[in-house]
Design a protein around this ligand. Structure first.
Ligand code: ZN
Length: 437
């Protein structure tokens, strides 16, 4: 509640600032001065007697002075508006020292830099990425390993004229994973440039580049159990089926229902083994073409989100073939960290005031509530033993539906029977089932 109020008052301040004068007024006035001066120059340059020239100059004096004063006033007003916003920010977000002792960015700088560079590349910010990599490398040159086989000069030569792009070195040295030069940034940039080119086409409702890509990578995609190539081809069929009135493609034999049929004949045979039923549905829809909306096929042909859906799965598959997750890990880590921060701060302050310390390394003593999309590894903590289940001590579900760790269940067992610690029902050990998370 308090945070909401803070945010509201801050938005209030921001709307006030939006109304305040800004530098555009000053820029306009400077333009006016330039105009005055240019006019005067043209007059003097033209054929006229010296007397008129000096008169023109004299006439300039006052307007120019007033204009300069106005520019100064504009600048003052804009800078005071900035100061007001700064004060509002300071008031609402007072500087708080984070109660952490380990400065992760110092001890793992190369890794942090690598994560940032990777994030920029995968977000398509290629210019920013290459500047970042170049600057990170000049500020923190990777330490030369003592057992380097070749002399340094030779290595430097190789790097500088590799492809003429400063800062984007493709190094074949994979020894140090945290090193920026092992990022293969040029290769990654090329890959992501391709991804963004295809995504842009998808946004413009052109499926063909994405279909080409999926076809080129069909073996890998199929090995992953991906239906991307078929989903794209299916959408292409539906898209053509809708005809020029919807898809705005040329009204010829390659468009409309005839075009869709021709497309299906040319391309669908390769999907028959896996998607026969779906292909049959698509073909049967032809019969209902005059009134698709009332047909059993209207679902397949409603394409409100179809293009953004295939764009999402295309991004996911493209990244996974590169061995990357669909979401930027840096984005996930920072977002999850920001969500966890309030609890972490509370905990740190509490332990500091009590002088106690949590000793288990690499683990926090409290749970961080994260949205489902950020949960990757399900864990189960036995409610009786309070231990996290493992492969050796897996979670078990008992007939009443409660879950316990395997070891806990064994301890509860008397003979072959046990009594659930949460409800009075009894069960047999053989009825307990292992839960796979
Ligand atoms: Zn129970």
């Amino acid at each position: 509640m308090e945070a909401k109020q803070k945010l509201e008052s801050l938005l209030d301040e921001l709307s006030k600032v939006n109304k305040l004068p800004r530098l555009s007024a000053a820029a306009r006035d400077v333009d006016r001065i330039i105009e005055l001066l240019s006019e005067a120059r043209e007059q003097i340059a033209g054929p006229m007697d010296p007397h008129t020239a000096s008169l023109t100059m004299a006439k300039l004096q006052n307007p120019i002075k007033t204009a300069f004063d106005k520019v100064n006033d504009d600048l003052k007003a804009a800078s005071s508006a900035h100061k007001k916003l700064g004060k509002a920010l300071d008031k609402n977000f007072p500087l708080k020292q984070l109660p952490t002792d380990n400065e992760i960015t110092e001890s793992h700088l190369p890794m942090v830099n690598r994560a940032i560079a990777m994030h920029l590349l995968r977000e398509g910010q290629f210019g920013v990425a290459s500047t970042f990599i170049a600057e990170a490398q000049t500020k923190n040159p990777p330490a030369a390993s003592p057992d380097f086989d070749e002399p340094m000069e030779e290595d430097e030569d190789d790097d500088t004229d590799a492809d003429g792009t400063p800062g984007l070195t493709i190094s074949t040295d994979d020894d140090d994973d945290a090193d920026l030069s092992s990022l293969h940034s040029q290769e990654l940039q090329d890959k992501f440039a391709e991804m963004y080119r295809i995504l842009q086409q998808l946004k413009a409702k052109n499926l063909l580049p994405a279909i080409d890509w999926a076809r080129q990578n069909s073996a890998e995609l199929e090995a992953r159990g991906s239906n991307l190539e078929f989903d794209l081809s299916k959408l292409q069929y539906v898209w053509l089926f809708k005809g020029p009135a919807v898809n705005a493609l040329p009204d010829d034999e390659l468009n409309g229902r005839a075009g869709a049929l021709a497309y299906a004949r040319a391309h669908f045979s390769r999907f028959q083994a896996r998607h026969l039923r779906e292909i049959q549905r698509l073909a049967s829809a032809m019969v209902f073409a005059p009134n698709l909306a009332a047909s059993p096929y209207h679902d397949t042909f409603s394409i409100a989100t179809a293009f953004s859906d295939v764009a999402t799965s295309f991004t996911r598959e493209f990244c996974s073939l590169l061995g990357l997750s669909a979401e930027s890990p840096l984005y996930l880590a920072v977002t999850a960290g920001a969500l966890a921060l309030p609890r972490l701060m509370k905990y740190m302050l509490a332990t500091r005031s009590k002088g106690t310390e949590w000793t288990t390394a690499g683990e926090l003593p409290f749970e961080t509530p994260l949205p489902e999309s950020m949960l990757f590894h399900s864990i189960f903590v036995c409610p009786v033993s309070k231990e996290q289940t493992t492969a050796d001590n897996p979670p078990m579900v008992i007939p009443c539906g409660h879950m316990l760790a395997h070891e806990t269940l064994q301890k509860l067992c008397k003979g072959n029977r046990f009594k659930c610690p949460y409800c009075p029902s009894e069960g047999l050990m053989r009825d307990a089932r292992r839960v796979i998370l």
